[in-house]
Design a protein. Structure first.
Length: 91
């Protein structure tokens, strides 16, 4: 079977076929095992920021949000993205 996990991968261990993940609504990390691992990371296109942050790409990774120019906005959710757009519009 296939299981969708809405969260962030914090570490991959390919030799042992397991991943450390943090589900989006959890405060702790879990370790899961896998048979196949497909990595679909997308791209970041902000060349002047260490994590590729830009106004056009939401900052969704936990580590990136810590050093973000907008750490007060959680853009993993549509409401956070909406607030960011409105904040920029009203500048």
């Amino acid at each position: 079977g296939v299981k969708f996990i809405w969260g962030e991968v914090k570490a991959l261990d390919g030799d042992n076929k397991c991943a450390k993940i943090k589900p989006i609504f959890a405060s702790t990390e879990d370790t899961i095992s896998f048979d196949y691992c497909i990595i679909c990371s997308g791209c970041n296109f902000g060349p002047f920021k260490p994590m590729g942050e830009s106004l056009w790409f939401p900052t969704v990774h936990e580590e990136a949000r810590k050093i973000s120019d907008w750490p007060h906005i959680d853009e993993r959710f549509i409401e956070g993205r909406r607030r960011h757009i409105l904040e920029e519009y009203h500048k």
